[in-house]
Design a protein around this ligand. Sequence first.
Ligand SMILES: Cc1cc2nc3c(=O)[nH]c(=O)nc-3n(C[C@H](O)[C@H](O)[C@H](O)COP(=O)(O)O)c2cc1C
Length: 377
Amino acid sequence: MMVDMQPDLTDGLTEIVATPKFVPAPDICREPLSIGGVAMPSRFFFAPMAGYSSLALRLALRELGGLGLATTELVNARSLIEKRQKAFELSETCDEEEPVSIQLYGHVAAEMIEATKICIGMGATMIDINMGCPVKKIVKSGGGSALLCDVGGATALVDAVVNASSVPVTVKMRLGWDDATPTAPELSRQFEQIGVSAVIIHGRTREQSFMGTVNLPGIASVVEAVDKITVVGNGDVLTLADAERMFRETGCHAISIGRGALGNPFIFRQLDHWAKFGEPGPDPGFTDRLNLMDRHFHKLVELRGEFQACTQFRKSLAWYQHAIRAPKYLYHQLINLPNVARFDETIAAMRSEGPVGPLPSHFEPKIPTPKGPIDKW
Ligand SMILES: Cc1cc2nc3c(=O)[nH]c(=O)nc-3n(C[C@H](O)[C@H](O)[C@H](O)COP(=O)(O)O)c2cc1C
């Protein structure tokens, strides 16, 4: 490691920081990728996360650059058919968002087919089928990771969707139900035969939930099992070094990032810059971070209206405060935000006052995941 005087990355605060040496990006990163004929802007995808991957955030992330495919959080096929408002909100997309995959879960072929058609009508570039959700309510109904236990049934379900879909279909799954039943390679082989365009593999079993570290040899076994479809590696990618290791140790063709992107929303831009130029480009400065906050909030207002935006944005505030280090009194003004005008005034004040100390260059995602015995959640 070299110690260097960096240029002013923090819009007013110069830090002495270590300049790390970056591992080179694998050659594959510079090759174009298309999935089912749809061109991907990059090989770095935003993973679906219930409660987090809203349209507003996806659009704000896309504007930062470097994002390949974004996926909505999982939506229940039957709820879409029953025209439930919440289901339509979860799967909402718009013209500015492309490519985007709408993720469906369910286990009844007729419902999955009908929901697929609804999603295509809503603008989905692709349909993603969830076979990874470990939550008891979903598993008990036969959806999510329960499908990993029935290769024949899962293949028939996916086949029905592929045949009914005019857009590419992908499947996101875990490695298997538990260590004794690693079904992902066999399922992926079957899915390739019936026309699935890509599989996204979270390198954990259902039993592992979110514990332990991601199993890279497990993802590699899926890459070996298929002939030519895209395998997207997923799990625990927080840094460039993690991404490099995921490519190198698994042979995957693209990477999907969930919690790492909530911790560091600039990760796609940094990975894409690394893929092209060998290093992540300049750290996001105070203005970049504040602009992201501004865009994210205003997207929410456009989509959900003033009242909902003011309430929903509260969830993201702690992260932004950590990232921008605004004076405390300004942060407090945003906690019980009454309206858009107050947000705009506060952001203007934050811009003129600047941060109260050096900005963190390392972001940790603090996303709660279910804990305790898996049968209880
Ligand atoms: C809060 C939360 C919600 C999630 N929701 C979904 C979901 O709706 N659909 C899905 O396929 N995976 C979901 N996942 C799993 C992620 O997409 C991803 O597979 C997992 O977090 C591992 O990747 P990461 O380490 O990059 O976060 C969720 C994960 C978290 C933490």
